[in-house]
Design a protein around this ligand. Structure first.
Ligand code: KIV
Ligand code: ZN
Length: 535
C-alpha cells in the first residue's frame, strides 16, 4: 500500500531529489504540497482501450500486442487493453497479450453484466474494470434505471467478477456529475462486495482542479480501498485534474499515451508522470527516459500525429529559435527549459528562423565542425533571417550549405567525385550497386548490396570511400505531388569512433535513388574535407 506524506517530507519536492539537476520547476510548488498526497501512485494505461476509442483509430491485433509490450517495458502497472465483449478480435488480442506474461497486470473493461465479465476473464486477463453510469442524466436517459437498480447491478457484477478470481476495479461512469450522496453510497456498496479499487471517472471532462480537490476529499471519507482517477480533456484540464485528485489522496491515475482517448482525449501519460514527479515528488514505476520513444511509436501505429507544441513529447517541446532563448539555453539550459530533454527521452533542438541569433548559428555550425569568422557569422545570420522572413525555415543542411557558400564562394575543391554509378533491383533479387569514385585523383571501384536500391547505393559509396563512415540520418520528403514528384533528400553521415565528426548533404531531384546518391556524395565530400582539416 502506498504511504502518505509525513510532515517531514511535506516540503520536499523534485527540486531536492535525485532529479534536481534535471528538473527546473518553480520553487513555489513546494508550498502547495499536502499531507493527503501519497508518495507514489500506480499508473493504469488505457491507450489500448479509451485511446483506441479515439475517433479514426483502429489497431491491428499485432499492433495492440506491440504497444502492450512497449507499455510494459515503460513501467506502467496496469494495461487496460480493451473491451473483450466488443469483438472476437479484441479477445484474441487479449489472449496474445496474456501469453506474453507481462509484468503489468492485464485489464479488460466490462459492463456490469456476466457475459461481459466472462468475455474478459476467458480472454486471459487478471484484472477486470467494471463500470456503470451513476449520474442522474445517464441513469434516466441512457440506462433507464433507478438508483437501487443501478446499485444492485454494480454489487452483483463486483461479486461475480471477484468469484472469477481476478482483481476488480469499479467505476461510477460520469462519477463527477453524480450526486455526492449516491456516489458515496455506490462506493460503500461495491466496497462491501469486495472490490479491490474504485475509479472515479470525469467522463465528460467537466471538472476544474479546485472542484476535483473538493470531490476527492469528500469521496475519500468513505473510500477505504485505493481510489483511482480517470480524467477526460474536454476543457484541457485532464492532467491538472489528475494531479489535483492525487494531491487529495488518489493512489492511481488512468492515462493514455499522447493524451489519446474519446473526444479531446484522456490525461496524457507523459504529462501526468512528469507533473506528479516535478510538482509533487510523487513517484511512479514509469521509466521517464522511454517516454519520447513510446510516444513516437504509439503515434505512428495509431496514425495520430503528435502536435508540434505537445507538452513533453512534441517536436517543439525542447526547440529554441529566438536569439535570446538560444543564448540563454546554451549558457544554462534551465533558463528556458523546465526539465532536461534527456530525462524524458527527447533531444534539444536549436531551430533556425527569423528570431535566430548569432549564438545559435555559431553553435549549430560548430556541431558540424564549421568555424566561421565574426564577419561571416553576421553574414550567415542575415541570410537565415531573410530566408525565414520569406517563409522558408532553414534546416541543418541548408545552414551548412549557406556557410560553405559564403566561406568558399571563390572555388570549392571537391575531394570526392562520382565517376560511375549503377544499381540493380527488382523482384526476388538482392539490390546491388557499383560505384566508381575519384578521391583526390585516385580511382576506386566498389560494389555492395542493401535492403533496397538506396541502401545498396549508400553502402557501395561507403565501401569505396571509407567503411568507417556510417549513416546518422536519412530524410526523404516530397516537394511536389504525383508520381513525377520532386523529392528532397538529406543525408547526414558520421565517422565511427568520432561522434563529433559529422556532415550533411542535401539534394533535390525527381529520381529518389539518384537524388540520394547526390546528397550522399556531398556529405561524403564534406566529411573528408573535415577530416583533412583535423589531420
Ligand atoms: O470515461 C469514462 O467514464 C470511461 C469509463 C469506462 C470508466 O472511460
Ligand atoms: Zn474514459
Amino acid at each position: 500500500m502506498t504511504e502518505l506524506r509525513t510532515p517531514s517530507s511535506q516540503n520536499y519536492n523534485a527540486r531536492d531529489g535525485p532529479e534536481a539537476s534535471q528538473i527546473f520547476t518553480s520553487h513555489f510548488n513546494r508550498y502547495a504540497l499536502d499531507l493527503s498526497t501519497p508518495s507514489s501512485v500506480t499508473i493504469l494505461d488505457t491507450t489500448l482501450r479509451d485511446g483506441e476509442q479515439t475517433p479514426g483509430v483502429a489497431l491491428s491485433i499485432e499492433d495492440k500486442v506491440r504497444i502492450a509490450q512497449m507499455l510494459d517495458d515503460l513501467g506502467v502497472d496496469i494495461i487496460e487493453a480493451g473491451f473483450p465483449r466488443a469483438s472476437q478480435g479484441e479477445q484474441e488480442a487479449m489472449r496474445k497479450m496474456s501469453a506474453l506474461k507481462l509484468k503489468a497486470k492485464l485489464c479488460g473493461l466490462a459492463r456490469c453484466s456476466r457475459p461481459d465479465i466472462d468475455a474478459a476473464v476467458d480472454s486471459g486477463v487478471n484484472y477486470v474494470h467494471v463500470f456503470i453510469a451513476t449520474s442522474e442524466g445517464h441513469m434516466k436517459h441512457k440506462l433507464k434505471m433507478t438508483r437501487p437498480e443501478v446499485k444492485t447491478k454494480a454489487v452483483e457484477a463486483v461479486e461475480y467478477a471477484r468469484s472469477r478470481g481476478v482483481m476488480v476495479e469499479f467505476s461510477c461512469e460520469d462519477g463527477t456529475r453524480t450526486e455526492l450522496d449516491f456516489l458515496k453510497e455506490m462506493h460503500m456498496a461495491v466496497q462491501e462486495a469486495g472490490v479491490d479499487k474504485i475509479n472515479l471517472p470525469d467522463t465528460v471532462g467537466t471538472m476544474s482542479p479546485a472542484a476535483m480537490e473538493y470531490l476527492v476529499s469528500e469521496v475519500m471519507k468513505v473510500t477505504k480501498v485505493p481510489l483511482s482517477i480517470h480524467c477526460h480533456d474536454d476543457f484541457g484540464m485532464a492532467t491538472a485534474n489528475s494531479l489535483a485528485a492525487v494531491r487529495k489522496g488518489a493512489r492511481q491515475v488512468h492515462v493514455c499515451v499522447n493524451g489519446l482517448g474519446e473526444r479531446a482525449g484522456n490525461a496524457a501519460l507523459e504529462e501526468v508522470v512528469m507533473g506528479l514527479l516535478a510538482f509533487m515528488n510523487v513517484r511512479t514505476n514509469v521509466d521517464s527516459r522511454k517516454l519520447g520513444m513510446t510516444s513516437k511509436a504509439v503515434s505512428r501505429m495509431m496514425g495520430m500525429p503528435i502536435p508540434d507544441n505537445k507538452a513533453i513529447v512534441g517536436n517543439n517541446a525542447f526547440a529554441h529559435e529566438s536569439g535570446i532563448h538560444v543564448h540563454g539555453v546554451l549558457k544554462d539550459p534551465s533558463t528556458y527549459e523546465a526539465m532536461s530533454p534527456e530525462l524524458v527521452g527527447m533531444q534539444r533542438n536549436i531551430v533556425m528562423g527569423k528570431h535566430t541569433g548569432a549564438h545559435s548559428v555559431k553553435d549549430k555550425l560548430g556541431q558540424y565542425g564549421i568555424v566561421v569568422s565574426e564577419e561571416m557569422l553576421a553574414d550567415i545570420v542575415e541570410k537565415v533571417k531573410r530566408l525565414a522572413e520569406g517563409g522558408k525555415g532553414v534546416d541543418d543542411a541548408e545552414l551548412v550549405a549557406l556557410a560553405m557558400h559564403i566561406g568558399q564562394s571563390e572555388k570549392q575543391h571537391r575531394h570526392v567525385q562520382l565517376k560511375e554509378f549503377t544499381v540493380f533491383t527488382g523482384m526476388n533479387i538482392t539490390p546491388t550497386s557499383t560505384v566508381v569514385v575519384d578521391i583526390d585523383g585516385e580511382i576506386k571501384r566498389s560494389s555492395d548490396i542493401g535492403i533496397g536500391p538506396v541502401d545498396a547505393a549508400l553502402n557501395a559509396i561507403r565501401s569505396a570511400v571509407n567503411k568507417n563512415i556510417s549513416l546518422a540520418e536519412y530524410r526523404l520528403s516530397a516537394i511536389t505531388g504525383g508520381s513525377d514528384a520532386l523529392c528532397e533528400v538529406t543525408v547526414k553521415l558520421k565517422m565511427n569512433g568520432d561522434q563529433k565528426v559529422m556532415s550533411v548533404g542535401k539534394s533535390i531531384g525527381s529520381d529518389i535513388v539518384l537524388t540520394s546518391v547526390d546528397a550522399a556524395m556531398e556529405a561524403v565530400d564534406r566529411l573528408l574535407a573535415r577530416q583533412k582539416v583535423q589531420e
